[in-house]
Design a protein around this ligand. Structure first.
Ligand code: PRP
Length: 227
C-alpha cells in the first residue's frame, strides 16, 4: 500500500461534514483543528493516516472529485444526482436522510395525472427534468430557483415544485403537500475514477472500515428500538 501520497477528501460543509468527521473520529481518525468553529483554515491534515480534508459548498463537491482535486467526496445524493459528474458512488453513509418530492397545493395533484404542460420550480432542474421527462413522460417547463422554492406555487410562479422534504414542516407551514416521491436521499461517498485505480487498496480499506462502523451503529440503534 502506498502511504506516501495524501488522500484528499472534499466534504459538503455543514451537517454532512460534521457527521462525516464524527464517523472518522470514531474510527480513530481525528482532525481536531477542523472542529474549531472560529477557524478560517480551509484544509486540514491528518499526518498519521496521510489524509487531507477540505470543506466545500455541497454542489461543488462532485466537481472537485471529478477533476481529481479531491480523491473522495461526501455530499448528499441530491447533489450527486443533480451534478451528474463522472465519479463512482461507493457508499451510502446513511445519515442526512430525506426525500426528493414533487410538492404543491393538494389541487395540483390532478395536474400530475393527465400529462398537462405544467410549470415546475426547483433548485434541482436536472433531477426534475429527469423525473418528469424520463419517468413520467410528461413535458413540463422547468424553472430554476436557488432557494425558498416553496414560494413557487404560493406566489403563482409555478404549479408544483421538486424539492427536498425532511421533516415536512416547511410544507405544512405553507399549506403545501407531498404529491409524489421522486427518490430517497442520504449522504453518499463518491470517488474519482483515477484515484480508484491508483489508490484502490487504501480507498477500499477506508470504505470497508466505514461500512462496518455504520452497520454496527445501525445494529445498536435497532437493538435500542427493540427490533
Ligand atoms: C430545504 C428544502 C426545504 C426544507 C425542507 O431548504 O429546500 O425547503 O429544507 O425541510 P423540512 O421538510 O424539514 O421543512 P433549506 O433549509 O436548505 O433552504 P432553502 O429553501 O434556501 O433551500
Amino acid at each position: 500500500m502506498s502511504m506516501n501520497r495524501y488522500l484528499t477528501f472534499a466534504l459538503a460543509k455543514g451537517r454532512l461534514a460534521n457527521q462525516t468527521l464524527e464517523l472518522f473520529e470514531e474510527m480513530g481518525i481525528a482532525c481536531e483543528e477542523m472542529r474549531d468553529k472560529n477557524t478560517r483554515k480551509l484544509i486540514f491534515v491528518n499526518e498519521e493516516w496521510k489524509l487531507k480534508f477540505f470543506l466545500a459548498k455541497g454542489p461543488d463537491v462532485p466537481t472537485y472529485v471529478e477533476y481529481g482535486a479531491a480523491d473522495i467526496g461526501v455530499a448528499g445524493r441530491d447533489t450527486v444526482l443533480e451534478e451528474n459528474r463522472n465519479v463512482y458512488e461507493v457508499l451510502d453513509l446513511g445519515f442526512g436522510k430525506c426525500r426528493m418530492c414533487v410538492c404543491g397545493p393538494e389541487a395540483a395533484g390532478d395536474l400530475l395525472l393527465h400529462h398537462e404542460r405544467i410549470r415546475v420550480a426547483s433548485k434541482y432542474p436536472n433531477i426534475a427534468r429527469d423525473y418528469f421527462y424520463n419517468k413520467k413522460h410528461q413535458t413540463v417547463d422547468i424553472i430554476k430557483l436557488n432557494g425558498s422554492v416553496e414560494l413557487g406555487p404560493l406566489v403563482g410562479l409555478s404549479d408544483v415544485i421538486v424539492d427536498i422534504v425532511e421533516t415536512g414542516s416547511t410544507l405544512r407551514e405553507n399549506g403545501l403537500d407531498v404529491l409524489e416521491e421522486v427518490c430517497g436521499l442520504s449522504a453518499r461517498m463518491i470517488v474519482n475514477p483515477v484515484a480508484m485505480q491508483m489508490e484502490r487498496e487504501r480507498i477500499q480499506e477506508l470504505v470497508l472500515g466505514l461500512r462496518e462502523k455504520l452497520s454496527r451503529q445501525a445494529a445498536r440503534a435497532e437493538a435500542r428500538r427493540g427490533v
